[in-house]
Design a protein around this ligand. Sequence first.
Ligand SMILES: [Zn+2]
Length: 144
Amino acid sequence: MSVDVSRLRQTIRQAEEARQGHVQAILQERGPLRPGSIVKVRRKCGKPTCRCATGEGHPATYLSCKHEGTTRMVYVPAAAQRKVTQEAQRYRRVRRHRACLAKLAQQTLGLVDRLQEALVSTEPMMPPPSTDSSHSRARLRQGR
Ligand SMILES: [Zn+2]
């Protein structure tokens, strides 16, 4: 047998442990979560006398989020920046753990398929006793 069955088992076990880790992390998450990601930009205020007219724009924070297929940029007021940033980070964390769960589930199914394949018997079945004529006829029909 070319497949190392005990190594397959070990890999399945490791995937299962990893899976439990991600589930634990998700269960420990208390929120609140904020879908979207924080984008920091520099923008010009438009006043011709402002220093931003010639230099860099004023820093501004936006929350980029998908809404019905399109990306929306929602302005984040300075006073809410810290809170919204943390909420967005939490959301991303949960999404990352979820993505890992999906990948591990896929991986585990593949490993289980390989393990199952490796454990399938390749031994021929015991031939029926030659004295039993009905079995002999059945064998003949199958072309053996
Ligand atoms: Zn300005």
